[in-house]
Design a binder for this molecule. Structure first.
Ligand code: F6R
Length: 600
């Protein structure tokens, strides 16, 4: 989703900004821009399309040591040059970039900006024009800035240049993530630490309703009452090489291949000196004391939650409900007497999930976040955090974070079960190790999956994924992967449900991918496959060793039946990857999507 960068120092700002924006490309965007402050004023360059298109428009001979930049993912107004950020006030004095959504932009326009000819359709331009209107009424810049922020409803991360104060970048934040990075003789602004790792690993977190005055030698944080706030920086635990593709053609393929490593790393991180899996006792106590767990998540993380429910209910024997965050916030079910909330989020920034977390905390409930990003909003605002240790996930389509979420949820279930004296009949460290090896085997047989993917997606516009029990949840994830990167209409279905309506869509040649990894439903899912084959479907059965039958196209190695989602998802990820390649799609940056969805 939208990204922000800013630089103030002695170097050529435009190069730092453009490199920073390139690092934010993975978040998804459709236009970009920079504004730099040279000796003779502010210069804005913006373009629809890729950063490479923006680069081509920037005047290379202009030197400026201060600037701000932005990648835009359209919400208000189509992707276009005029809607791209930065936006400028009428006089050109103020130039601003913004992430988030201003919900009362129309009201502000009607109340304060009727005399102004707006140049874009964005909510962002309203902010910069409103600041100037307030300055024109006689307020100092800082007072005008704060007055404007106080009137905004919604979410924002803002970086602003003021032509009359060329030695400052002004920053503000509410709900949308924003960091200030510290350097020697320079400082930076970034919506994501990755963007500025090229110049610093020291960052200061910002809280909601704070403004920051960023100069090249110092940084001052204030609240909206004007009081100065002291906050120590932290070191971003990111390795710049983690965010490079290396020899891989795409991040997605690299991240699929990293899954065995990630599972082994998780085992290590959650093991104590005697080799037992361990989790902060306070978290285990909270899980054990809950009479019901509510898992809140979106997209792939929601799919991980569905599998996690099986782990927790089967091992720890605590009832679990799994909810889509964007629905839960506006349609809260009747809660149990002593609920525990688990937020699953790769990015830790998903606005839909955060909106629920805010409500849950207001109600006084305990919240645990399972995330890949330490220090992310969902992590900071929950009572507890469990980290995924998956390393940065750059491809928009989530792969290694999903398997990491499953591994961490399994560990949470196992440790809770043991803490409660439940016999689980499973050596999880050993079984996760076996699962990691099995993924390696699958990653080594990519050619076969590539062949199958090409064959199945040749002529198709749609595809179905069917499974029963835990396989069904993996089918939901397999379908999401295929549709988001290859744009083939794909749906995951419970094998038995298809005949209750959707089977009407099966035509001659429709691909139906069936998972058969569960002994208890092996025969019955095969019956469901026969039903669709009888109507012309082109079946692709993926079974687990020991359950295979003659027509099965792919047989995955045997793992503990509760952990099959960790490996059965891998051929589906690869299937989607090769299908997208075959259709010439932009695998890592699929259209319309954003990595970190910071608007509701
Ligand atoms: C799909 C995908 C999304 C995310 C969803 C939630 O590949 O990545 O469906 O899972 O947007 O994001 P997080 O996990 O960051 O909360």
């Amino acid at each position: 989703m939208c990204g922000i960068v800013g630089y103030i120092g002695n170097q050529d700002a435009k190069e730092v900004l453009l490199k920073g924006l390139e690092k934010l490309e993975y978040r998804g965007y459709d236009s970009s821009g920079i504004a730099i402050m040279s000796e003779n004023g502010i210069h804005v360059f913006k373009e629809k399309g890729r950063i490479a298109d923006l680069r081509a428009t920037v005047d290379n001979d202009l030197f400026a040591a201060t600037g701000i930049g932005h990648t835009r993912w359209a919400t208000h107004g189509v992707p276009s040059q005029s809607n791209a950020h930065p936006h400028q006030s009428v006089s050109g004095r103020f130039t601003l970039v913004h992430n988030g959504v201003i919900e009362n932009d129309e009201l502000l326009k009607q109340e304060y900006l009727m005399d102004i000819a707006l140049k874009s359709d964005t909510d962002t331009e309203v902010v910069v024009q409103f600041i100037e209107v307030n300055v024109n009424k006689g307020l100092s810049f800082e007072d005008a800035f704060i007055k404007t922020l106080k009137e905004l409803k919604g979410s924002y991360a803002i970086a602003l240049l003021d032509e009359q104060n060329p030695d400052v970048i002004y920053v503000a934040k509410n709900k949308s993530p924003l960091l200030v990075g510290l350097g020697k003789g320079f400082n930076v602004v970034a919506s994501d630490a990755m963007a500025m790792l090229q110049v610093t690993d020291q960052f200061v977190e910002l809280m909601d309703q704070e403004i920051v005055i960023v100069k090249k030698e110092d940084v001052t944080i204030k609240n909206l009452q004007g009081e100065v706030i002291e906050r120590a920086p932290y070191t971003a635990q990111l390795d710049a090489s983690d965010i490079e593709k290396g020899t891989y053609p795409h991040f997605m393929l690299k991240e699929i291949d990293e899954q065995p490593l990630v599972i082994r790393k998780i085992i290590q991180e959650y093991q104590n000196a005697t080799g037992q899996l361990t989790i902060d006792p306070e978290i285990i106590e909270a899980v054990s004391e809950a009479d019901r767990i509510y898992v809140i998540a979106a997209g792939t993380s929601y799919h991980a939650g569905l599998v996690g429910k099986q782990f927790i209910e089967k091992l720890a024997k605590v009832p679990v409900e799994v909810h889509i965050s964007s629905e839960f916030g506006y349609n809260m079910p009747l809660l149990s007497a002593n609920p525990l909330f688990i937020f699953i989020s790769q990015s830790g920034e998903t606005a839909d999930s955060r909106a629920v977390l805010v409500q849950v905390k207001k109600l006084g409930h305990i919240a645990l976040t399972i995330t890949n990003v330490p220090g992310s909003t969902l992590s900071r605002e929950a009572d507890f955090t469990l980290l995924l240790h998956a390393g940065p996930e750059i491809a928009v389509a989530s792969t290694k974070a999903y398997t990491a979420q499953l591994a961490v949820l399994a560990i949470l279930a196992e440790v809770t079960a043991k803490n409660n004296g439940k016999e689980i009949g499973l050596d999880l460290v050993r079984e996760l190790g076996i699962a990691a090896n099995a993924i390696e085997v699958l990653c080594d047989s990519k050619e076969e999956i590539e062949k199958v993917a090409y064959e199945y997606v040749q002529m198709t516009r749609n595809a179905f994924f069917i499974g029963r029990g835990i396989d069904y949840y993996v089918c939901l994830e397999g379908a999401l992967k295929l549709k988001e990167i290859s744009y083939i209409q794909a749906e995951g279905f419970a094998g038995g449900e298809l005949k209750h309506g959707t089977i009407a869509l099966i035509e001659e040649g429709t691909p139906v991918i069936a998972l058969a990894t569960q002994e208890s439903v092996n025969l019955i899912i095969r019956g469901n496959v026969k039903e669709v084959v009888a109507r012309g479907a082109n079946p692709l059965i993926i079974s687990m060793k020991g359950l295979e039958m003659t027509d099965d196209r792919l047989v995955i190695p045997e793992v503990h039946e509760l952990l099959t989602p960790l490996i059965s998802v891998v051929p589906l990820q690869l299937f989607a990857y090769y299908a997208a390649l075959h259709r010439d799609c932009d695998v890592d940056k699929p259209r319309n999507l954003a990595k970190s969805v910071t608007v509701e």
